[in-house]
Design a protein around this ligand. Sequence first.
Ligand code: SF4
Ligand code: SF4
Length: 322
Amino acid sequence: MSKIKVAVYWGAACGGCDVAILDIHEKVLAVNEACEFFLWPVAMDFKYQDVEALPDGHIDLTLYDGAIRNSENRHVAELLRKKSKLLVAFGSCAHTGGIPALANFYGIEAIRNRAYLETPSTVNPERIIPQPSVQVPEGEITIPEMYDQVLSLDQVVDVDYYVPGCPPNPERIWEVLAAVVSAAPLPPRGSVIGASERSLCDGCERSRTEDKKISGFRRMATTIPDPAVCFLDQGLLCLGPVTRDGCGLQCVKASNMPCRGCYGLPPGILDQGAKMIASLGSVIDAREPDDIKKIVDTLPDPAGYFYRFSMSTSLLQRRRPS
Ligand code: SF4
Ligand code: SF4
């Protein structure tokens, strides 16, 4: 059997998705048997020129993890789109922007200033900020241009499939690779694979009390949650109602931690944050605006909570430019 040709790339990412591929444990030997790698910066020393020299469509499957944060991420996304038969947005950051897209609440100027001028540990009396191009006696030095807005992969190139998760569940990764290796019929193009169609709450075994109302939010840092009771019933924010099932309730069941929404939106939901606000509307124990505000004020950083993984593809997408 000829091996399938595979590329794995990380854009704006932490590397967790790459590590999750190795978390399929001994099955990685089967991957080695079945796949020939053409790019995988975390694991192997290929050069971009090697990929540029390939015929278009030469790579069978590219797993692109990470968001599009700079011109290098975009260049490689466009290159791999051209060279690949199947391009998969792999993990939350490629799927919906992920953690890097929280930067969209600030914009590039504020981030640069914070990193290079304002942090207490920064010593930069000449106020030097990196530029995409700089002339030195030896010639020109360039670095990728950082964008003002973090984008998901499909906001830059066409994507064939999405595998959500921060990181994707290793068992689901194996299922995706096995499907491509075995040439099994694939779902319609544009599908989310390695996840189900239902919400996390649909598979959650925690008890819920009908018409339960909460009069304030609590924080995990100061609470030991009851592992048998719905987090929302305990006043702890859980994004289960607006998150696609597929992780096996990793946080909620295995770790007694509320869901933060990394598997993205279930079908039929346009905006994870807006839908979560609607869900909370039915559990808050207040009717008057002032009373509602008092309860909502007990929730620190609501926008950061609601859009932790989905800012790029939300209706907001970014802070409104001033
Ligand atoms: S909100 Fe969270 S804890 Fe409650 S049922 Fe849904 S997934 Fe389970
Ligand atoms: S419980 Fe939520 S945050 Fe945790 S892995 Fe699953 S989808 Fe992601």
